[in-house]
Design a protein around this ligand. Structure first.
Ligand code: SF4
Ligand code: SF4
Length: 163
């Protein structure tokens, strides 16, 4: 990962307590323009950050993988869904399927996703900072400041606007 991206994660780690209080405040007050601010920060963050220079999500966490994802991925790989489950998945503590191993087995050495057109929905939507009703994703996003430099950037902007 580029140093510049590592620095963003480090900034979030160093400001963890402050970001956590900000997160609690935003959950309580649900500011009207929170979606607007988060979405604008998300777009700005991804103008500067190139996922191919990072891939930290694919390297360190697994998406939740649902039945439709399994069917699509199994079809892509031309194997049966049951064979896909046996080869790649296990159930997490809440009963969702996740990848057996990290980095994701479909991440290649240049950070490309080898199943890109068939990747799980959660991969398509990560890091979720452009979703509607963002206040519902605040806890998850706070956790993602440890993984995704773009989310760290979004929190940096939230801190500027709402602290
Ligand atoms: S979504 Fe975030 S963690 Fe994943 S590759 Fe892009 S910048 Fe990195
Ligand atoms: S399926 Fe592709 S996008 Fe999803 S975690 Fe694996 S490599 Fe990353």
């Amino acid at each position: 990962m580029k140093k510049e991206y590592k620095d963003k994660l480090m900034w979030a780690a160093q400001n963890k307590a402050e970001l956590s209080s900000l997160n609690n405040k935003l959950k309580k007050t649900k500011p009207n323009k929170l979606d607007e601010v988060a979405h604008r920060s998300h777009d700005n963050a991804f103008k500067k950050i190139d996922c191919l220079q990072c891939a930290n999500c694919c390297k360190t966490i697994s998406p939740a993988i649902y039945e439709r994802d399994i069917d699509r991925l199994a079809k892509h790989l031309r194997i049966k869904p049951s064979a896909f489950i046996d080869a790649y998945l296990l159930k997490d503590e809440v009963g969702d399927y996740v990848m057996k191993s990290q980095p994701c087995p479909f991440l290649d050495s240049e950070n490309y996703c080898m199943v890109y057109e068939s990747r799980p929905t959660a991969c398509r939507e990560y890091p979720h900072t452009d979703r509607k009703r963002f206040f519902q994703l605040l806890d998850l996003s706070l956790k993602n400041t440890e993984i995704c430099p773009a989310v760290a950037d979004v929190f940096q902007e939230l801190k500027k606007v709402y602290s």
